[in-house]
Design a protein around this ligand. Structure first.
Ligand SMILES: [Zn+2]
Length: 327
């Protein structure tokens, strides 16, 4: 099973929509497949050796899985930042077939480096203002900032990443999935084509509690979201941008079986309603990779087995290449 999995993953990623994307000859689906988009949220908090090592081990074990990294510029704005070291660490776990977008949390150091006044509310976790002499603001909601302020923070983040050898991000995920109207408008004005912040409260409510500010904000921002929700065009005050829902959430908030169940929801939805491509977006955080990556791995192995038993082709890709307006 292990060897097959590795071969399948490698094969699946070697071609995106060609014949190679099918891992079984018995597939009854001649034109469609389920695409798993693996994402990493880089929190901008710290780059510890143990989490980078855990991610490296994953990359070596599954070289065929491309990753869409949502990078965070706040590593570079910390008081003790060593830019060359940070870049080296981030690049050590990136691979040629990866892509990267941008991830923003309202870190005080980043907000102030952007020339914007730091805001302290709403603090979705109630602990975001600890240790402000070093840096703070991790889960202060981005909705606190106006579109103009967000544009400045986005611009600064892009500038930092480009200065340190990364390409200019075009895709985005908000810290704590907080893409409200002002964030979406700022993204569109700054030339982003994609946001991947729409999510379900399903996982988060188990660990944060249904009455937490985080869960309430997710429900307010993303009404009608589901674990099988597909990409759609999202209105902004500028041009519309694509929303690629993070429909399978992120590994931190759940157990392997729950991750598997959301992946299975998507395979079952594809079985009911086959289409050329059905997206399922999952992932994890760099800062907790050592702890939670094994859960992702277990869920992947189970979904490959399940899909195979149903004859559903699975493919790993890092962004939706067949959407209108993209490439
Ligand atoms: Zn985050």
């Amino acid at each position: 099973m292990k060897i097959n999995l590795i071969l399948i993953l490698f094969f699946a990623s070697s071609t995106l929509f060609g014949a190679g994307s099918r891992f079984t000859n018995e597939s009854k689906f001649k034109k469609g497949n389920v695409v798993i988009v693996m994402t990493i949220d880089w929190e901008g908090r710290e780059l510890s050796k143990e989490n980078l090592e855990a991610l490296k081990a994953f990359r070596n074990k599954y070289p065929g899985i491309p990753i869409l990294h949502f990078l965070n510029a706040a590593y570079y704005t910390k008081p003790d930042a060593n830019a060359a070291e940070i870049t080296k660490k981030i690049k050590s776990v990136m691979r040629k077939h990866d892509e990267h977008g941008l991830h923003i949390h309202a870190w005080k150091s980043l907000v102030e480096a952007s020339g914007v006044k730091f805001k302290t509310k709403p603090d979705l976790g109630g602990w975001s203002l600890r240790n402000c002499q070093f840096d703070c603001g991790h889960v202060v909601s981005l909705t606190a900032y106006s579109a103009e302020e967000m544009q400045k923070i986005i611009r600064k983040s892009n500038e930092i990443l480009v200065k340190n050898g990364f390409s200019r991000p075009k895709s985005f995920r908000s810290g704590a999935w907080q893409t409200g109207p002002t964030v979406a408008t700022a993204l569109s004005r700054e030339g982003f084509y994609l946001d991947s912040s729409a999510t379900v409260d399903y996982f988060v409510s188990r660990s944060w509690g249904k009455s937490s500010l985080l869960v309430q904000s997710i429900n307010r921002l993303w009404p009608g979201m589901s674990t099988v929700k597909q990409p759609y065009l999202m209105k902004t005050e500028h041009k519309p941008i694509w929303q690629l829902p993070n429909n399978a959430s992120l590994a931190d908030y759940t157990k392997p079986n729950t991750i598997f169940r959301t992946l299975k929801d998507n395979v079952d939805e594809f079985l009911r309603n086959p289409k050329p491509v059905h997206y399922v977006v999952t992932g994890f955080h760099l800062e907790t990779a050592k702890r939670y990556l094994p859960r992702v791995e277990k869920a992947l192995e189970k979904i490959i087995d399940y899909s195979s038993s149903k004859g559903v082709p699975i493919q790993f890709a890092h962004f939706p290449i067949n959407l209108e307006g993209r490439r």
